[in-house]
Design a protein around this ligand. Sequence first.
Ligand code: SAM
Length: 290
Amino acid sequence: MILVITSNSTFVKLDTVFRFSTMIAEEYNVRYILLRKLKSYPQWKDLSGEVVMDIGCGDGSESTKCILQLFPRVEKIIAIDKLRRVIAAAKRENAHPQIEYHVANITKKLTLMTWYNKISKIISFHCFEFVKLKEAFRNVFFLLKPGGEGVIVLMTSNAFRDAYDEMLENPMWRRYLKNRKGPSAGFANYVTHFECQALAQEVGLSVRFCQARENTACFENDQEIKGGVENFIRGYSRYLPEDLKQSFTEEYTSALYRRLVPGREGRICMRRTIIVILVRKPEAFIISHL
Ligand SMILES: C[S@@+](CC[C@H](N)C(=O)[O-])C[C@H]1O[C@@H](n2cnc3c(N)ncnc32)[C@H](O)[C@@H]1O
């Protein structure tokens, strides 16, 4: 038994072959658990002969691999990402005869034309937090065959983001950082699951379920947290005067640590909220939704 992920305050014990011992392994398992649960829906049981699209696939090492592991009989996985270098890495490092990697942007319809109405299932992990949601849902509708379904998982808050919001409450930091977007700042989307559901419905998708879930991700050691802080702050430090960077880092670090919680085996963890939404393109629909 290697891993514990808390979800809705319940411990889930996993006995999988994925014996890496870092947050990456936990991330992988979050995807694995979710997709495995989906298999209880008749439409998701097997996906034999179906064309599945993985949106925001990254280098293919997590979501795409996980899809293939759980649905080995898919006809093909079209794995798309907006970044050319990411797709190049995916092709180099995670090539597989059932996976086609392509550069395409889920908010730019012109990059998606090849797959109009051709996709029977869409799976997307941790991409929709970064995009214009309504546009992305509109294109999910565009890509899916009538009756096709998509499961989309996005994170809407975590300790890094919440600590940053706390910093913005201080007028001193607010002065420099208000309305600034940082690359790793996370999420363009700070939506509730009600808002997320409404956006999907507005473009004509029906929503089979939409839930916000809290879960916990654990760090391996302090070094990993420090790396996370550096990464996060790097996105903002250019907006700060040189002489204030150090105190910003210290304040931010203590705001972050106040949000961390103890986990199993002495590890330090953070809570985060994810939204899981399962949408369906109706068999019959109004053409204006395209
Ligand atoms: C956090 S990573 C998630 C990668 C992978 N899905 C996983 O589960 O590990 C988010 C990925 O979404 C991609 N992405 C962000 N915006 C996108 C967009 N508009 N269209 C397609 N991909 C996008 C990023 O380039 C990045 O590779």
